[in-house]
Design a protein around this ligand. Structure first.
Ligand code: SF4
Length: 406
């Protein structure tokens, strides 16, 4: 990966008006014990420790090389995602984090997250990681029903999750998130709601609740005609009743699929939805930095050899940036503030998007009050379809382009 040639420049070239010097770092750790049947993330099964060590050395080299372009920035979020980062021995994870601390200015209260899967880290490992600076865990649960976990090809049980969760708490992690999934083969509305109920009993600070997407190239895609996936009516009931249950237990929805107790929203993921700058390191990692968007290929061997694996780079136009901002900000319950839009782009949100919003407002999918435009609950449920109708991506950007590290 090449470095940015100069220091931070305007995010939108000459037209960028407001500038922030906060930066998120994403570190991609592409190892898993085995491959889940629905997964199209960049991850390789059965890693050996010497391979993991070589990858960590490459990551540290990459972090060191790019630090000079970030002298004006303060890192306020660091996110180790994957894959299963918790498969790395703590000494390797801490080597990467120490490189971040040594080479970048890191805010005292930075959010430092480790993604992990049940039964991939011991209590002792969590203690080392907590002492070394990690302060947030995001644990992949997906379901509390062991039959559903098997159907997904997950290799852990709910009991594994409760043990891992307890170990994390005992090690001092006070900010823990858990992922749930709806639309799993064999799942019913009742079993989904029971998963939420059981998870709430453990009281994590944050819950992500995503719907299963059958991605091309995965075993699920090849099996798609035979998968007993809940139908549309059940999916709808899961979505709305799930939100209701989470809300009733103090988890406020702040994004289409994300819920948190007050003050525990994911600061790193909010950078993606708020179109702020981040740098991604490692295979398949994406960045939005200095006005450019660029991404790495999945070429693991080349990355270990220290070669550049940058496979795409673009400098989005102002039009693309504005469309993208609308697309991503509308994922948030807070929606779009016309004043913020004007500060950011020097253009009127009303003039550019007001008329396009009106039909959806009439159908009860979008609400506009005062300065704010946001989806209604029904609009959230139909947001993919609404946004693809509403926005113009004729400059070639895809709807998922900026969510690669999410
Ligand atoms: S644990 Fe996560 S990254 Fe790994 S194979 Fe399963 S879904 Fe993919």
């Amino acid at each position: 990966m090449t470095c940015m040639p100069n220091g931070p420049k305007s995010v939108f070239g000459a037209e960028r008006l407001a500038k922030s010097t906060a930066l998120g770092l994403y570190l991609h750790i592409p190892f898993c014990r085995s491959k889940c049947l629905y997964c199209d993330f960049c991850s390789f099964p059965h890693p050996k420790e010497d391979v993991m060590e070589a990858y960590v050395l490459a990551l540290c080299r990459d972090l060191e090389a790019r630090a000079k372009d970030c002298a004006e920035y303060t890192v306020d979020t660091v996110y180790f995602g994957g894959g299963t980062p918790s498969l790395l021995p703590p000494r390797l994870l801490l080597r990467v984090l120490e490189t971040v601390f040594r080479c970048y200015r890191v805010a005292k209260d930075a959010e430092i997250t480790l993604e992990c899967n049940p039964a991939t880290a011991s209590r002792d490992a969590f203690v080392s990681l907590r002492r070394g600076g990690f302060n947030r865990l995001s644990i992949g649960l997906q379901s509390t029903q062991d039959g559903e976990l098997r159907a997904l090809g997950r290799i852990h049980t709910f009991a594994d999750f409760t043990r891992t969760f307890g170990d994390a708490r005992a090690a001092g992690f006070e900010n823990v998130s858990a992922d749930l999934m709806s639309g799993i083969p064999l799942q019913t509305v009742e079993s989904y709601l029971q998963s939420i109920e059981r998870l709430i009993t453990l009281a994590p600070e944050h819950i992500s609740a995503y719907g299963l997407i059958v991605e091309e190239g995965t075993p699920f895609h090849r099996m798609r005609d035979r998968l007993a996936i809940p139908d549309e009516e059940a999916a709808r009931e899961m979505y709305f009743r799930g939100i209701e249950m989470l809300r009733a237990h103090g988890y406020a929805q702040y994004e289409i699929s994300n819920f948190a107790r007050p003050g525990y929203e994911s600061r790193h993921n909010l950078k993606y939805w708020d179109c702020n700058e981040y740098l991604g390191f490692g295979v398949a990692a994406y960045s939005d930095f200095g006005g450019d968007r660029f991404g790495n290929s999945r070429d693991f061997e080349a990355y270990l050899r220290g070669e550049s694996i940058e496979c795409e780079r673009e400098t989005p136009t102002l039009d693309v940036r504005m469309n993208e901002y609308v697309m991503l900000r509308m994922r948030l319950c807070a929606g779009i503030s016309s004043a913020d839009f004007a500060t950011r782009f020097g253009r009127s949100f009303e003039a550019l998007f007001g008329c396009r919003m009106t039909p959806y407002e009439r159908h009860g999918l979008i609400r506009r009050s005062g300065d704010t435009t946001a989806f209604t609950p029904e609009g959230f449920y139909l947001s993919n379809a609404v946004l693809s109708e509403l926005l113009d991506f004729s400059d070639g950007i895809s709807n998922t382009e900026t969510e690669k590290n999410s």
